[in-house]
Design a protein around this ligand. Structure first.
Ligand SMILES: NC(=O)c1ccc[n+]([C@@H]2O[C@H](COP(=O)([O-])OP(=O)(O)OC[C@H]3O[C@@H](n4cnc5c(N)ncnc54)[C@H](OP(=O)(O)O)[C@@H]3O)[C@@H](O)[C@H]2O)c1
Length: 268
């Protein structure tokens, strides 16, 4: 089996590092010896992550970038290669939620979600791929979502953007297998981060339990060390996804019933 993630000495470009999963992951990777290139829009919060990262990894740096702007994405890829001295690992973690009933969804919103959650990580990946292929090594980690496989209700635009990202990554994994590159697709369950505070989203049902972000990072790191192609954290979500695949109709009907209960309880 190919060796899994080796943070020590690796130069890792990590998007979405100004908050939540990305901020916690950045500190963990730095504490294990990686040099980080941190990306996010909010300069102040990105600087806070960088300060924590630099306690372990003084060479790490940050680039405030809006990843929905293609010019900025292209410049980021080139800058990261030059200023980090190469990119060994790309972690496409930045993303936005969209929890909104389909009858309240506009085409513009659906496009925006696809742009940030799918087109942007694909663009950054394609800009860095020639560099990795030339060196015959590299790792691309895509942070997808269990929503990609479970068709979470009220999240059609989000589910589709993450499903597209996952399928792109699976096909890419085949293409790059013999070129010395590795791909990991991470499926977070429900993780306690500021994602659920992003405006213009319906609130999360209080019946849904979130796991602490450090617990999520523990699970994600263990799976990356083991070089698992698909990483579900918590792991039991993989069983739910397999269940759905066996009988999609029954799974969707179960979701309808759950949504009815949620409405009756005033949670949806
Ligand atoms: N939390 C969960 O339960 C959960 C579940 C499944 C999947 N995920 C996925 O995990 C990833 C991280 O989410 P999180 O929970 O850590 O959420 P979060 O705390 O809201 O963090 C999202 C990150 O993405 C960045 N981002 C969003 N739009 C951007 C843009 N246009 N340009 C640059 N950066 C942008 C944000 O940067 P700024 O704030 O600086 O703009 C922030 O650093 C996302 O892809 C999310 O879909 C999360």
């Amino acid at each position: 089996m190919a060796p899994g993630l080796e943070p020590r000495g690796s130069r890792i470009l990590l998007t979405g590092a100004s908050s939540g999963i990305g901020a916690a992951l950045a500190v963990r990777l730095a504490s294990e010896g990686a040099v980080l290139g941190l990306v996010g829009r909010n300069e102040q919060r990105l600087a806070a992550t960088l300060a924590a990262v630099r306690e372990h990894s003084p060479e790490s740096r940050m680039w405030p970038v809006d990843l929905s702007d293609w010019g900025q994405v292209d410049v980021l890829a080139a800058t990261a290669i030059t200023e980090l001295g190469g990119v060994d690992v790309l972690v496409n973690n930045a993303g936005i939620p969209k929890h909104k009933h389909v009858t309240a969804l506009t085409p513009e919103t659906a496009d925006e979600v696809m742009r940030i959650n799918y087109s942007s990580p694909v663009r950054l990946t394609l800009r860095l791929l020639p560099h990795m292929v030339e060196r015959g090594s590299g790792r691309i980690v895509m942070v997808s979502s269990v929503a990609a496989t479970l068709s979470s209700p009220g999240e059609g635009a989000y589910d589709a953007s993450k499903a597209a990202l996952s399928v792109f990554a699976e096909a890419m994994a085949i293409d790059v297998w013999d070129l010395g590159l590795r791909v990991n697709i991470v499926y977070p369950g429900v993780v306690d981060t500021p994602l659920f505070l992003v405006p213009d989203n319906d609130p999360l049902s209080p019946d849904i339990e979130k796991i602490p972000v450090d617990e999520f990072v523990d699970g994600m790191m263990a799976a990356l060390y083991a070089d698992e192609l698909q990483v579900y954290v918590p792991a039991w979500f993989e069983g739910v996804a397999k269940n759905k695949a066996q009988n999609v109709g029954a799974f969707l009907e179960g979701s309808v019933n759950w949504m009815r209960q949620q409405r009756e309880a005033g949670h949806a």
